[in-house]
Structure formats: C-alpha cells, structure tokens
Ligand binder design. Structure first.
Ligand code: NAD
Ligand code: MG
Length: 392
C-alpha cells in the first residue's frame, strides 16, 4: 500500500488525484494533505481521507482549520506555515508526494520530497523551471524517482522506452509538445487588448486553476513546459518542438531517429496522467472514459503564432540564455499574472513585463536553493516596479 502526501490538495490537480485515489482504497492511503488558505476545503478532505497530518500554509488560517476539523470529529495533527509543507513532503507518513502547489511556493517542498527519496508525482512545473538542476541532484541524492503529471510530459514519458526516463541513448530525434492554443487561438493582438480574467480562464478543453489557465492563454504555459521538458528528459532546446493541436487529444509525441513518431492520446482529463504516475509501472483505472476516434473525426495541427502569443518565444529565449533567466521568466510571469487577475494589468502587458525583466536582469549563475530564491525575489521586485509604472 502506498502512502501519499498531496500538496495542493484543494486545487484542480489535488481534486483529480484524490478522485483517482478514492477509486483504489486498498492500494493507496493518504498520509498528509496540504493547502494554502482554504481551511474549509482542506478540513472536508481530511474528514474524507483521514490523513495523519494536515498542513495549512498560511498560519492565519490554522484556527479556522482546527475548528472545522473539530466540528467534523476529524483527528489529525495540524501544522501551519511554509516549513510545515517541507515536513509534509519529507516525513515518514508518506512514500509518495504529489507536488501540486501552484507556483514558486511549491519549490522547497518539491525539493524536500526529492531529497527524502520519495516517489515524486510532479505537477508543480514552476519548481522544475526554477531549479531543474537542483531537483535532479536532489533526486539522485535521495534515490527516489520522478513521474511527471503534466499531461505533455506524462505523454512523453509514456512514449520513451520503459527503462529510460530520458533521451540519452534512446535514439530520440525530438520531442513534440502539443499545445491547445488556449482560448484565444486565431485572434490578433488588437483583439486581445481588452481581455478580462474570466475570459482568459475559460479554457476550451481543460478545467484548471486560474494561474495556469492564464498561462495557457499567453502560451507561457507551453514555454514553461519546454523548459520542464529540457530538465526532465535532458533535451536541448533545439530538440523540443511545439505544435498547436486544438482538440487536446494527442497529449505529446516522441520522434525517433528512424522516423517513427509515437504519440499518447486520450480524453483531456488529468486523471489519466495521474493514474499512470500513481500506478507506475502498472496501469490502474483512472475513471476516464474511451476516446472515440470515429466520433472525434479529426486531429488538427498547426504552428504556434509566436508573434501574437509571445510567451513561448520568451521561454525559449530564457532557456537558451541559461543561468537565472528561467527563474526571472517564471517570477515575472507569476507577478504579472497575479496583477492581471487582480485587474491591475492588461492581458497583453503580461508578456511585456516578462520581456522587460529578461532584458533588464542579466542571467546569474545559481548553485543552491538560497541562490534560486534570491534570484526569484530580485525578479519579483523588478517586475512589481514595472507593473506599478504600467498601471499608474
Ligand atoms: P489550483 O490553483 O487549482 O490549486 C493550487 C493548489 O496549491 C491549491 O490547493 C492551493 O491551496 C495550493 N497553494 C497555492 N499557493 C500555495 C502556497 N503559497 N502554499 C501552499 N499551497 C499553496 O492549481 P492547479 O491547476 O491544480 O495547478 C497546480 C500545479 O499543477 C501548477 O503548477 C500547474 O501548472 C500544474 N498543472 C496543472 C494542471 C491542471 O490541469 N490543473 C495541468 C498540468 C500542470
Ligand atoms: Mg501541460
């Protein structure tokens, strides 16, 4: 029986994970659940899944969490604060960690899970983008394994030879990541000037948290995924391509040197990727139905519009620049997306803020978590100044 810590339990990935877990009561138990501020939601999950440990990252919400747990008669240890996330990821109550916190806030716990030798089911792509090399070193030191939850990387993982998680020696020519194109595919820049947060979050194929939904609309999500693929599969930028596939049925592909192109297909439902990672190397039921190809009728592909959706081009530039450039890209994006969701920044300015941060903050080498967090903070401060000036 595997014991899970689900970090980001109240989010979209958290809910899909717990849905799969609930289908296999004899196979998985929940050792820890963690969330940011949603005390009520976390308490309800604790009442249902009975973890040993519940962590609420914002200490201001801990009393509310305790009250809800008491009201439902749920007994579990309660901890609060960012350090408690690290404990939730590394303690003896779990052998498997689902890293599903959104943004840089997930980095320390993701690294801690790797260092502690857990099986790491990784959705928190921002952690890989910021500190891919540190994460790989931590995995090596801990002796655990990483299984990607991001649907594209999960697809690539499924299309690579079983014994290798990376491209090295596998005869791979390139990785092709598919992108839905987001809710504004086909629109011009002029048509994007007045986009509202709700319009940006209305993704055509996937229901996800608000931050990743905005990232999908700018194509920055695909940019983060290119950097994620670079780290997870040891692939140089020139061997990672992106193709727009509006139906989101082909989740990504691997091309081999003999010309073979292997793809993973399925309905757009994250439970498939989650179940694959939970059960690996076995297959388990995900609760996902059949993709009826005759009903779907067509699979379309087209090149991404890099001029309108500059997020993808900026991410390739950051990957090629190296050093802290990917940290700057991610931090500037997190700040700009938060400002956009707050109504403080227009949609098109998100990528302007990122571009200016990349131009104005030269890449620095980073060799440890403190250095990564320092570069992250510097970039956030810079982005905040640019956003304030733009919205004045
Ligand atoms: P979400 O907004 O639905 O959920 C985020 C979760 O993180 C919540 O449980 C929230 O409480 C927690 N959280 C937020 N800030 C935190 C903090 N400071 N400390 C502790 N916990 C915090 O987001 P989501 O859509 O589930 O995405 C989660 C991650 O998975 C993101 O990195 C995203 O890019 C990635 N991902 C999501 C999907 C998807 O379909 N939703 C697909 C691929 C990858
Ligand atoms: Mg994805």
């Amino acid at each position: 029986m595997r014991s899970l810590a689900v970090l980001g339990a109240t989010g979209s990935i958290g809910a899909s994970t717990l849905d799969v877990v609930a289908r296999h009561p004899g196979r998985y138990r929940v050792g820890a659940l963690a969330a940011h501020r949603n005390a009520q939601g976390l308490a309800a999950l604790c009442a249902r899944f009975r973890p040993e440990l519940a962590v609420i990252a914002d200490p201001a919400c801990v009393d509310e969490l305790r009250q809800h747990l008491r009201a439902s008669g749920t007994a579990c240890r309660v901890e609060a604060g960012a350090d408690a996330l690290v404990e939730a990821a590394s303690g003896a109550h779990c052998d498997t960690v689902v890293a599903a916190i959104v943004g840089a806030a997930g980095l320390p716990s993701t690294l801690a899970a790797a260092r502690a030798g857990k099986r790491l089911l990784l959705a928190n792509k921002e952690a890989v983008v910021m500190a891919g090399s540190l994460l790989k070193a931590a995995l090596h030191a801990g002796g655990g394994e990483l299984l990607p939850l991001d649907s594209e990387h999960n697809a690539v993982f499924q299309c690579l030879p079983r014994e290798r998680g990376s491209l090295a020696g596998a005869g791979v020519r390139r990785i092709v990541l598919t992108a839905s194109g987001g809710p504004f595919r086909g629109r011009s820049r002029a048509e994007l000037a007045a986009i509202t947060p709700d319009q940006a979050c209305a993704h055509p194929n996937w229901r996800m948290g608000r931050k990743i939904s905005v990232d999908s609309a700018t194509l920055l999500n695909k940019g983060l995924e290119v950097i994620e693929a670079h780290h997870l599969f040891d692939a140089p930028a020139e061997r990672i391509e992106v193709v727009v596939h509006p139906q989101s049925l082909v989740h990504s592909l691997v091309e081999y040197i003999d010309g073979s192109l292997l793809a993973q297909l399925g309905l757009p439902d994250m439970r498939t990727a989650i179940a694959y990672a939970l059960g690996w190397p076995q297959r388990i039921d995900a609760g996902v139905g059949t993709l009826d190809l005759a009903l779907a009728r067509r699979l379309d592909f087209e090149p991404p519009d890099l001029a309108t959706f500059r997020g993808l081009a900026l991410a390739y530039a950051a990957l090629r620049a190296g050093g802290s450039a990917a940290i700057v890209l991610n931090a500037a994006n997190e700040e700009a997306v938060a400002a956009f969701l707050d109504g403080r920044l227009p949609f098109l300015a998100i990528t302007d803020v990122i571009e200016r941060c990349l131009d104005e903050l030269p890449p620095q080498p980073t060799s440890d978590l403190a250095g990564v967090l320092d570069a992250d903070l510097t970039a956030r401060r810079h982005a905040t100044r640019i956003i304030a000036a733009l919205s004045a």
